[in-house]
Design a protein around this ligand. Structure first.
Ligand code: ADP
Ligand code: PHD
Length: 461
């Protein structure tokens, strides 16, 4: 059995969703589909929260807009009036509940992370329901299994949960495995699970890729297939580098490093659950389903180049803590990282020298993290600084640390592009090297690296 993930990027509107359903009808029977909300709906749900906080009067319009957007899709996917009516009744039931939550936050003037999660998952609940109804309308046996019914269990952290694989596996093998028969398609809303006390907890934005990996591990799937609107995992984001190329095979390590350092094609934690279970990931292009796509696996076959891809993220800030003898002063590092993570902030990376500790955090967390560090008493450092106008660039390829000349080629390219490097990390991973540049220099940096590693006639690396 396969687990197949369909994201919002493939569910843009009625006609594109029809293409996906045609594909699923031919290739999807006997498999589990983990689905995201229709394109733009999660953003609309979040805007609805802000609108409801500002004024109760906005709620009616938000619900009307959500209903219209889904109704247009239902109209396009289903023809028999009775079936359409039933789907719209289910939609109205969900929207009725959603409306009450919006009134709740408007009344209390408070949108807690718990309430944000409850509201955000309505997008996936609506899409799974509509896709299953549309599939049934094509005469295909289909159903919906909600994560709370199937038993996708999380650590309970709102808006950034992690799945607990052991109990999830136990639940899914009992409750999901048996529901999938040879000719049936089962839809599971992605993006969330429930804590052991039943609280809805999302896996963070873009988390349906991770959901699908969790379900794949939970049912011991033969393969996790992720359907995307690109030919596969590319040597760079096609939005930045249109001439980028397909990477036919990547290792788990390479895919994880790329996803963590900003390759928006995969949620950063997608690889974890399937790597543990030894399940491959196939990325397939919905516009060209017979094409090869990309395979993420334990051991990728030899590639022409060691560097597989270039990725970047602007969602990074650097905190520099200047102190002397960092390497010989016991406890200073743990004091600083403890203060930051104690306030619930995730530290993306730490690089130290004898005179400076550099912490990388998300841009949104930078100010709070800096405040936490400055609040340490007595101060174990001389001075601290926070830089937010930076971006992280990374080149990834298994074995790059063993190959001579990669770093030289990388930094020569960057320097030729007249870009100044602000921080380098090399050696922490066998498969990745990353550095920071000013955010205004991001585009020329990515272009220079891509030209060097993928477009230039090579010195072999
Ligand atoms: N290295 C990469 N290879 C392919 N696509 C990438 C890469 N980095 C970023 N992307 C972007 O990821 C997008 C697909 O991811 P996403 O929009 O999240 O899909 P979905 O919503 O269907 O899950 C592509 O349209 C592309 O712009
Ligand atoms: N709908 C959620 C979860 C998700 O994974 O969506 P997508 O597969 O479209 O990235 C979001 O927008 O964050």
């Amino acid at each position: 059995m396969k687990v197949i993930k369909i994201g919002g990027g493939c569910l843009k509107d009625g006609p594109t969703t029809n293409i996906i359903l045609d594909l699923a009808a031919v290739r999807g029977k006997g498999n589990i589909f983990v689905v995201s909300a229709f394109y733009g709906i999660t953003n609309a749900l979040i805007s609805g929260i802000e609108a409801a906080l500002a004024s109760e009067d906005t709620i009616e319009g938000v619900i009307r807009d959500l209903r219209n957007r889904h109704q247009i899709i239902v109209d396009c996917l289903m023809k028999p009036p009775e079936e359409k009516k039933r789907a719209l009744q289910k939609l109205d039931k969900l929207l009725g509940k959603l409306e009450r939550y919006y009134f709740g936050i408007s009344f209390t003037r408070e949108a807690t992370p718990r309430m944000r999660d409850i509201i955000c998952v309505f997008g996936e609940k609506m899409s799974a329901m509509i896709l299953a109804a549309a599939m049934a309308s094509r005469g295909i046996d289909s159903g919906v299994a909600l994560p709370e019914e199937a038993g996708i269990i999380t650590d309970g952290k709102f808006m950034d949960a992690t799945a607990l694989i052991a109990p999830t596996r136990e639940n899914l093998s009992l409750r999901l495995g048996r529901q999938v028969t040879k000719n049936k398609i089962l839809f599971v809303p992605g993006f969330y699970g429930v804590s052991d006390t039943g609280e809805i907890t999302t896996f963070g934005r873009g988390g349906s890729d991770y959901s699908a990996a969790v379900v794949a591990a939970g049912v011991d799937a033969d393969l996790l297939e992720i359907w995307k609107d690109t030919p596969g995992f590319m040597t760079a984001d096609p939005d930045n580098i249109p001439e980028c190329r397909l990477i036919p095979e990547l290792t788990y390590e390479e895919a994880a490093e790329l996803a963590y350092t900003g390759a928006g094609i995969l949620h950063p934690r997608t690889v974890e659950p399937v790597r543990q279970a030894g399940i491959d990931i196939a990325i397939k292009n919905t516009y060209d389903p017979d094409a090869r796509g990309s395979r993420i696996t334990r051991q990728a076959r030899e590639a022409d180049t060691i560097i597989k891809s270039v990725s970047y993220t602007s969602d990074v800030a650097i905190l520099k803590i200047h102190a002397s003898g960092v390497g010989v002063r016991q406890g200073i590092l743990s004091l600083i990282t403890g203060a930051v993570s104690g306030s619930g902030i995730n530290i993306k990376s730490v690089v130290t020298s004898q005179t400076c500790i550099s912490l990388l955090v998300s841009k949104n967390d930078a100010q709070t993290a800096h405040d936490c560090i400055r609040a340490i008493h007595p101060r174990p450092f001389r001075e601290s600084a926070c830089r937010t106008r930076v971006a992280l660039v990374s080149i990834v390829g298994e074995g790059l640390h063993l190959s001579r000349g990669i770093a030289a080629r990388c930094f020569t390219a960057v320097s030729k592009a007249d870009v100044n490097i602000e921080m380098i990390s090399f050696g922490a991973s066998d498969a990745a090297m990353y550095f920071l540049v000013h955010e205004d220099s991001l585009d020329p940096t990515i272009q220079a690296l891509h030209d060097t590693f993928f477009n230039a006639s090579p010195p072999p690396n």
